[in-house]
Design a protein around this ligand. Sequence first.
Ligand code: C2E
Ligand code: MG
Ligand code: MG
Ligand code: MG
Length: 288
Amino acid sequence: RADLAMYQAKSAGRDTLRFYDPQMQAAVSARAAMELDMRVGLAQGQFELYYQAQIDQGRIIGAEALLRWRHPRDGFVSPAQFIPLAEENGLILPLGEWVLQVACQRLARWAQQPALAGLGLAVNVSPRQFHQSGFVAQVLAALAGSGADGSRLKLEMTEGLLLSDVEDTIAKMGQLKAYGVGFSLDDFGTGYSSLSYLKRLPLDQLKIDQSFVRDVLTDPNDAAIARTVVALGTSLGLRVIAEGVETEAQREFLARNNCHAWQGYLLSPPLQVHEFEELVRRHNALVH
Ligand code: C2E
Ligand code: MG
Ligand code: MG
Ligand code: MG
């Protein structure tokens, strides 16, 4: 790579110092193309929310809304790919607002169906979205516009969100909590948040990251971390939920260690809304 860049700089003439790295150039234009595609996709309705069941004591008590992008040429694009880019180029702002609106509309519809009325919905919020000045107003508008009950909405934030402007974060959380909105700390243990934030932030829930759940039965360190997160959360008065539960043995381990709330492929992957609703009716009819 360096050789090639050097060669091109040289061949550009002795007085020209030009840095040109074709690989970097390709990466830049791929990102620009994706950004353009995202704008089009947003305008043309290519984004969709999927719903992954969250279980507590055996019952489905709600879902996590997970964004999906059905690209007309590339098929499904993973949020792991487009969310970080949207954070960088600012598209997370319109995209995140759309997610909140759709999620609240969904909650409002569930509220009118007896079998679904008790469900909550967790929505992922990224740092740039949360820290924008109109965020609280945006959430309240989504609630008011749909008629959804704020106490059914939970916002999932990551530790990265806590790295800047803790005062602003605490203030916004407080304003939203007044409307019943809950807060869950996602991917807990993978970021850099200090334990002192945990007691200062008005959180409701900790989410054990799937990287600790994956090997919880074979890696004693992961088992120790999972147990510790449960103990920490419980003693701070927080609910604890595990993500990425794929096997009955993992679920059993967590339950034995006092974590009765979980989500994961063991019950269901994220589903389209009608499939999710069907799952809830079927599953919850079988448990008391
Ligand atoms: P996350 O919030 O930690 O979501 C959990 C991820 O784990 C999801 O990936 C989910 O599909 C996946 N998952 C669920 N159960 C299992 C399991 O049993 N095993 C394994 N291996 N994976 C499981 P997904 O849907 O690809 O989303 C990736 C990330 O993208 C999310 O991580 C979240 O950070 C972000 N994201 C998704 N939707 C949104 C959104 O609407 N807004 C924002 N800001 N971020 C979003
Ligand atoms: Mg999440
Ligand atoms: Mg997570
Ligand atoms: Mg994650």
